[in-house]
Design a protein around this ligand. Structure first.
Ligand SMILES: [Zn+2]
Length: 69
């Protein structure tokens, strides 16, 4: 069965498609379940991990301020 990548809108075999929830990384301005082909998923992952990493670092920093103030 062929499934369309929601990003590049090309058709891929179902086994190649990764379904993720961008909203859980990027907030509610982004879709819930989204189908990614391998190439678009890699691009998404690189950017989402950078944003997610920054958010987590900020939370740790907030906590340090809270504990130490
Ligand atoms: Zn794609």
């Amino acid at each position: 069965m062929q499934i369309k990548c929601d990003i590049c809108e090309l058709m891929f075999e179902e086994a190649q498609i990764t379904r993720v929830t961008p909203a859980s990384y990027l907030g509610t301005g982004y879709p819930s379940i989204t189908s990614f082909c391998p190439e678009c998923f890699l691009k998404f992952l690189r950017k989402a991990q950078a944003i997610y990493g920054n958010q987590e670092a900020q939370k740790i920093s907030n906590l340090k301020d809270f504990v130490n103030s």
